[in-house]
Design a binder for this molecule. Structure first.
Ligand code: PMP
Length: 428
């Protein structure tokens, strides 16, 4: 494939944007080479500036669960835009999407909209601290909850891809309130809770982790966290920025049958526009300003275009719940295909999958936490990534990311992907 124009655009971008990108993982630093520039996308396909067509397995890192430029979302946004793009005054559509989201997600009474997953998680933690009157939080190594200071402690995703899970610029004062635990290790959580008795406001977790590749919660792990939280008066925050409205109508809470105290959303909930949200039961949400004392605000929060996109997206998912089982079946088909191909090679590999999130780690050890994810052979991943790109398949450009399937993918696309894997691994 030719990437001449992408390369020229990257050079131009790099002169005026740090690293040429507005979010680090896009820069291909983890896999080497230069990023492609997208011109447009439709359904399961990306079309780049050089005229290449690629099958997309990142779906804008999750949001485009129904494929790109999904017609009901596009027309909702276009119609809304004609009526004004922002008011800073309440609009009816905010209530409509809030009502729908509350009806789809278990165990929440109220939801507040923000502009990104980062904002959602940051606000959820502030709310938990205000509600419990405690200051510390527990997060898990390799989980990513956005780029707010409190979370850049052993963070996953781009933070670890670039070798700086602990970012300069985060003060020690902030860092000391974030306690680190090992994913899937309840005993470790118990020890931390015991050593910080009555000081922990919240445990925040990706119920299915997607920022160290895809990692599943071990049997009993989330249940164990739930009972620790109940026993100790700690709030359990499920970061469902990736899993929300993707794993099921009601997200991971529904799929795994566990209630969190606060749930955060991003990605799918905004239909591809900049939206995040956090939600909880009344007693917790009523702690928020203007009802309660915990301050949280946003000039563009509940923006009409974003709400129109989100409402069209959630309405489709609510009305057609078979989308979730279709996606699951497609991802299981891909999983099986990859397994068949890789099992005929000498490569060490692990395939982790739940619902429509899947990833391949090139290691012989089961990948259950950050440590085991980090054992993956990055050289193999780099070659795999570039081999796939040459075959017209766009995977996340880092081993520390999950792949996201979208419903526009056909079985022919999946077959093409499996064939591409077969060709690529032969050359590794
Ligand atoms: N939480 C999780 C689980 C995420 O995957 C992400 C982004 N990948 C975030 C939070 C942050 O969301 P945003 O990039 O919209 O700020």
């Amino acid at each position: 494939m030719i990437y001449k124009r992408s390369s020229a655009l990257f050079a131009e971008a790099s002169a005026v944007i740090p690293g040429g990108v507005n979010s680090p993982v896009r820069a291909f630093k983890a896999v080497g080479g230069e990023p492609i520039f997208v011109k447009e996308a439709k359904g399961a396909y990306l079309y780049d500036e050089d005229g290449n067509r690629l099958i997309d397995y990142i779906a804008s890192w999750g949001p485009m669960i129904l494929g790109h430029a999904y017609e009901p979302v596009i027309s909702a946004v276009v119609e809304k835009a004609k009526k004004g793009t922002s008011f800073g005054i309440p609009t009816e559509i905010e209530t409509q999407i809030a009502r729908l989201a509350v009806s789809m997600v278990p165990n929440i009474d109220k939801i507040r909209f923000v502009n990104s997953g980062t904002e959602a998680c940051m606000s959820a933690v502030r709310l938990a601290r205000g509600f419990t009157k405690r200051e510390k939080i527990i997060k898990f190594a390799g989980c990513y909850h956005g780029h707010s200071d409190a979370f850049l402690i052993q963070a996953g995703s781009g933070a670890v891809t670039f070798g700086s899970p602990n970012s300069p610029g985060v003060t020690q004062g902030t860092a000391k309130d974030t306690l680190l635990a090992r994913y899937n290790d309840l005993e470790n959580v118990e020890q931390i809770v015991k050593a910080n008795k009555d000081e922990i406001a919240a445990i925040i977790i990706e119920p299915v982790a997607g920022n160290m590749g895809c990692i599943l919660p071990a049997d009993g792990f989330l249940e164990g966290l739930r009972s620790i939280c109940d026993r100790e008066g700690i709030l359990l925050i499920f970061d469902e920025v990736m899993t929300g409205f993707r794993m099921a109508r009601g997200g991971a809470q529904e799929l795994l049958n566990i209630n969190a105290d606060i749930v955060t959303f991003g990605k799918v909930i905004g239909g591809g526009l900049p939206v995040g949200a956090f939600a909880a039961r009344d007693e917790i949400m009523n702690y928020l300003a203007p009802v309660g004392p915990v301050y949280q605000a946003g000039t563009l929060s509940g923006n009409p275009l974003a709400m129109a996109a989100g409402l069209a997206m959630l309405t489709t998912l609510n009305d057609q719940p078979e989308i979730f089982s279709n996606l699951e079946e497609k991802t299981a088909y891909l999983h099986e295909g990859i397994e068949k191909v890789l099992s005929n090679t000498t490569l060490d590999y692990q395939i982790n999958r739940l619902g429509s999130m899947i990833s391949v780690h090139f290691t012989d050890t089961p990948v259950v936490d950050f440590e085991t994810a980090a054992k993956g052979n990055n050289d193999t991943f780099k070659k795999f990534f570039h081999g796939m790109l040459a075959e017209g398949i766009y995977l996340p450009p880092s081993a520390f990311e999950s792949w996201f399937l979208n419903d526009a993918l056909s079985y022919a696309d999946l077959d093409k992907t499996i064939e591409a894997i077969e060709k690529t691994v032969k050359k590794l």
